[in-house]
Design a protein around this ligand. Sequence first.
Ligand code: GAR
Length: 211
Amino acid sequence: MKRYVILISGRGSNMESLLDAGLPGSCAAVISNKPDATGLAAAAGRGIATTVIDHRGFASREDFDAALATEIERHAPDLVLLAGFMRILGERFVRRFEGRLLNIHPSLLPAFPGVRTHAQALAAGVRLHGCSVHFVTPALDGGPIVAQAAVPVLAGDDEASLGRRVLAEEHLLYPRVAGWFLEGRLRLVDGRARLDGEAAVAGALHAPQAG
Ligand code: GAR
């Protein structure tokens, strides 16, 4: 059975959606860079081993990345899922896990990388917003996109209401993509995400839910 590890920094709602999705694999561990991440209790409550690698205990980003990589490798995962993991990972780390490292980002990339994506979308006045699952490369939020889900931006939306609508889609999209990977259907080939050998991920944009 394939094994995966989930990295979190906070609430862990995407982690919960992954753990509850019945993925074709087993979660070997949930690792947080923050000791107070509330998602840790949710993971432990599901019987998953949890570890904290506190980034504040390391002199450099490289030292933290190395410790994190060692902890992940201990579980020999086929897949590493960043789920609200809010530390930038260095090139060395990313190269080490390239092709088996996925992230979910709360925007339709390449629009709105970084933080406060819902505020960015409202400020830009876009009519569609959403989330993206992508393979991680050294470029921040810039790796090959696997799948996206779009939601409408509604009159009267604020950061919180728009964020809730996007998050509901995140909870559907990420388990779906993780499932593809664990089934051996999704691969990174020549810098592109391939599903069932196709260069583009067909049918990955699923219907937006209005309201
Ligand atoms: C999610 O919206 C996720 O997409 C985002 O943080 C939130 C974490 O929520 N990730 C990023 O912004 C990564 N750049 P969660 O802890 O409840 O899953």
